[in-house]
Design a protein around this ligand. Sequence first.
Ligand code: HEM
Length: 225
Amino acid sequence: MSWFKETFGSSIGRKFAMALSALFLIIFLLQHLIINLTSVFSEETFNSLSHFMGTNPVVQFALQPVLIIGVIFHFVMGFILEIRNKNAREVKYAKNEGGANSSWMSRNMIWSGLFILFFLGFHFADFWIPEIIHKYIEVHPDDPNRYYAETVHMFENPIRVGIYTLSFVFLALHLKHGFQSAFQSMGARHSKYTPMIKKIGDAYSIVVPALYIFIAVYHHFTQAI
Ligand code: HEM
């Protein structure tokens, strides 16, 4: 267990582990977006991809548990780092220097993170929990074409679309600082690559949440009545 102590017992190790989980979630966000985007273009493609993801044993029993552990790890570690940083700041500085040495978004990662956590609870109640009940508890006969109608129906309610849209704005703010910070914590500091990573991070943090908003709003306004 000495590697465990070495990794999580040091500030650098904790930051590295946090960054690794962040990169993993950044990749998840992209694949989740690509699958959900197909719902805008092709009902058939969305149904077959969702059916594959929902029934493939590797996805269900290997990747999905890793994802859930990754999400929990990221939040727990985020809270630990926040508490430790706060304690360290209080010892070092008589007064908080505020914007003098860090951006507003970097100081508020815990709040944007908390909002995303609230969204995930809401989102799991909408999609994931009913799916688990459908598949493993009530055990309905398999209908590979049900996913599209179920997903589109979720965006009928304007309040839900509003909550999702607001959550994706918080996601953008979280990613704006988080993306490049994850690379920095993993030691990627280079005069040539750091500005490039920052540019990619800025683009990712705008384009990905904007496309998530587009999906929710699109389905809201194109509901078959
Ligand atoms: C319009 C936007 C979105 C739609 C339509 C959507 C749709 C879905 C659907 C249909 C599922 C159930 C998959 C299944 O188990 O069969 C799901 C699960 C999930 N979603 Fe989303 N999602 C959206 C945005 C997001 C965002 C922004 C995040 C992360 C911040 C997220 C995180 C998750 C997670 C962690 C799961 C559970 C793991 C999984 O089964 O893949 N989703 N989503």
